[in-house]
Every structure is written in C-alpha cells, then in structure tokens.
Design a protein around this ligand. Structure first.
Ligand SMILES: [Zn+2]
Ligand SMILES: [Zn+2]
Length: 239
C-alpha cells in the first residue's frame, strides 16, 4: 500500500454548466498552477464537459474523474466515476441508486446548505439518512465562502465517524477557485483515490486561510496526522 498522500479536487464546474472556464483552460490551469494529482469535473446535470476533460487527460500529468452534480428533488448529489449521464429530478435515493448501478461513488456536497440534501436544519435528518441512504462520501469541506457555517456542521457531524468517507472540494466556478478545497488520499491515481474512499481514510482540507473546524475530524486522530506529515515530506522529497 502506498505511503504517499496526494490531493484531489472533487468538485469543479466548467462552462458546460454554470462555470466560467472552458475545459482546456481548466486542464492547463491544474497542470501549471496546482499540485493536484486528480480532479473531478462535476457540472450540473451533464457529463459532457467531464468526458471532454477525460479525453484530454493523456496530455497532462494528473488524472480526471468523470463526475456530475445532479439536482435531485431534495438537493444536490455528486456522482463520481460515472460512465453515463444521470437525469435531474429523481429522488435522492433513486439518484444514489443510479450512481451505484454504474459502480460510481455517491458524494453528498455541501450537505447542510440550502441546496444540500439535508438543508440548513438537517442535523436530525442526517442521523437517520446515514442509515437509509447508501452514499459513500460526504463533502465535509466546500470552499464557497458563505458555506462556512454549513462546513462546520458537516465537520461536527463527522467527528463520531459514520462509515462514510470525508471529502473536500472547491466547488470552483472560476479557475482561481480550483484546489482551494481538496481531498487528501493515499496514493496518487484515481484508482488509488477510490480505494482510499472505500477505506474511509480520505480527509478534507483547505488550501487557503486557516484550516478551521472542518479539520477537527482529521486532527482528532494524532497518529494519522503525524504519519501524514511524515509521509508528505517523504513524497515531496521523492519528486
Ligand atoms: Zn451544489
Ligand atoms: Zn457545485
């Protein structure tokens, strides 16, 4: 098992939905200005941009995951490792079922925001839903500034550990936003990332400003933190 950890931004929008940047611009930006090893293009209700990015992948040093941020009837759900488009307007559980049918990873983004599946008052609902909804990952960190409070709730809900992987994403709609929130995972490829999610060992972090409460989950485990710091140095030295 790899002892190196890498960064993935699992929540990026392009101009195929409401983002401003075109896919080739995003690819060049990630290559030249970030240290991300994996990105997911997660446009609203389309995988066209993500498929385009995937087709360009070989020209770059990082990997692309085909994703989609699907507008379910009760909030946004992100599917990762998709092969086919999933339509908007289904229930949350049906949306997650469609993701799983494709052997994808179901991630709940900004879970406690207004467009989140659990809404701003969803803490009790969350406790029930963790048992009922078969999602794999919860976006504990989302970089959109006004979501600070919702991020803190997500982090707090996570401290007990619920058999769900923690992920971070930027929700970038412009180039400058890419990588401002990210997921740390063991290894360096999209396949490694998936294995890391399956082992619940991924962590959400932010690249800018204070690490904040969203990190309390990771920081409450000193052993992993020390190991991570050590591995990080070693992997940096290797390059
Ligand atoms: Zn969203
Ligand atoms: Zn989004």
């Amino acid at each position: 098992m790899s002892e190196c950890w890498s960064k993935a931004d699992l929540h990026i929008h392009s101009n195929h939905s409401d983002g401003l940047a075109r896919i080739p611009e995003i690819m060049d930006h990630v290559q030249e200005n970030t240290d991300l090893d994996v990105i997911a293009i997660t446009d609203h209700n389309t995988i066209e941009g993500a498929l385009f990015a995937k087709a360009l992948e070989d020209m770059y040093d990082f990997e692309v995951i085909v994703g989609e941020e699907i507008s379910s009837r009760s909030g946004h759900v992100i599917g990762l490792y998709l092969e086919e488009h999933i339509p908007a307007g289904l229930s949350v559980s049906e949306t997650i079922a469609r993701i799983r049918e494709q052997d994808g990873i179901a991630m709940i983004p900004h879970p406690f925001s207004n467009q989140g599946v659990f809404g701003p008052f969803g803490r009790n609902m969350f406790r029930e839903a963790v048992n009922d909804l078969a999602f794999h990952a919860l976006e504990v960190y989302n970089s959109i500034p006004y979501l600070g409070w919702a991020n803190r709730v997500a982090a707090k809900m996570f401290t007990g550990g619920n058999g769900i992987a923690a992920t971070g994403g930027s929700d970038a709609h412009v180039l400058q936003g890419i990588g401002t929130g990210y997921t740390l995972f063991r290894g360096s490829t999209a396949v490694d990332l998936r294995a890391s999610i399956d082992r619940f060992e991924t962590r959400a972090e932010t690249g800018r400003g204070g690490l904040g409460l969203a990190l309390r989950y990771a920081r409450s485990i000193p052993k992993i933190r020390r190991q991570h710091a050590w591995n990080w140095e070693r992997c940096e030295a290797r390059q």
